[in-house]
Design a protein around this ligand. Sequence first.
Ligand code: KIV
Ligand code: ZN
Length: 517
Amino acid sequence: MKRHILVLDTTLRDGEQVPGAKLNVQQKVEFAQQLKRLQVDMIEAGFPASSQGDFQAVQEIARSVGDAVSITALARAVKSDIDAVYESIKIAQDPFIHIVLGTSNIHVDKKFNRSKEAVLQMGVDAVKYAKSLLPRVQYSTEDASRSEFEYLWQTIEAVVKAGATIINVPDTVGYAIPEEFGDLIRRINERLKNLNEDVILSVHCHNDLGLATANTLAAIKNGADKVECTINGLGERAGNTSLEEVVMGLKVRENSYHCSTKIKTTELMRTSRLLTYLTGLDVQVNKAITGENAFAHSSGIHQDGLLKDKQVYEILSPEEVGAESMELILTARSGRHAFRNAVEKIGFETSDSADFEALFEKFLALADAKKEVYDHDVYYLVANHRTHEAASGHLYELISFQVVTNDLYPTATVKMNKGTEVFKGSAVGDGPIDALYSVIKSLVGLDVQLKDYKINSLSRGKEAIGRVNIRIEHHGKTYAGRAMDTDIIKASAMAFLNGINAALLDTANECPNPLKR
Ligand code: KIV
Ligand code: ZN
């Protein structure tokens, strides 16, 4: 008989911790709606005690998709974190609290500087408190793969007796190897089934040795019933387990795993692309399942074999993961139906008809100007429209600019708006971009440092489009800004302003919290 594996997506919590991958509330809700279409079982929506913005995002996600997807959020083993999780997710239909506490000697000694017994008791108290708020509680034994087995088990036994309903075993630092991790899960599973067979055994792996998918699959083989993953493997350092790889691994090799998930695999590519658009973090071209080349065959021998029969070189079809004919070029004549289809295809909602009409008007203006409109144009159109709608009057908009470059005094002049306020100024710099960024910085009056500036050419269609990705630092946090235009100087200015707007939106949502990590 096939076992059902529960899939928890933690892109919006563990994935979003990546510097520069920070999303605003509206982007997070947009992504959560796509996760609902993907049919994940559970969404870890954030770490609400970390900031007011995170709290609000978790609450909005619980409100918008909590009717169909189980929602959780992360808490350390302290009352105030647990309260923040409870308050932010309680509106969802099937919410649960996720508590994390280390079990390895390194964590117990170095992080907490307490005895093992005291740390264990903190975990038990936290579970008991969480249980007084909600019936379902997940407990993560952080750094489990480097923990002494008997202490790890002692902790699991105690928190299960205190009421934990899911035990999550993380390979926090990506140290595990498949045989060893599989064996660890087998040993825990054997004891857990004797202790309380209703408790769900879950795993959460990191990819520091490139083994997160292999470790997760080994854990499933050895009894894990739930997996924690992120789209595109996004996450701390080398990332988390890639959801698409585990799901397709189970599907393609069902003969070996005898397991299935509820994931609608034809939504995988769309979800991956949406995340790329939202974060600006590209997927490596040869990434399994969602990379640009994942279904491309270039060698003559392979092409010849495929033409004879696809199965010669294809173990899964692009159609299964929704990768077939992803892109459709739109023009001013495309009409509402085609435009709606393109907006939905990249993962955005179109159910609000007034909002859709406003978008369609913007699309027509863009199509008139550009003639051919691609997916990335549609993405920027929708993303800018939604961000500006959500925060109209609070964000900067570029009105006009002029850059004069020479080897003596490269100079930039900029005019921009924020609501009804108009800002104008000029500055000299080491080069044209430096001059442009200097004047913008002086106009917004914020202490921002440019950390990274990248420009790529997207040479499709008639025009060569420049895509600019920047990263800025503001008050110790990194924000990304992106823009595309046929004019690379304009794209550079807009990307910088988008980064500044991201920092402003975040600061507006932030409130100092003593528990912040
Ligand atoms: O990597 C980790 O240990 C985590 C836990 C919170 C599950 O992210
Ligand atoms: Zn993690």
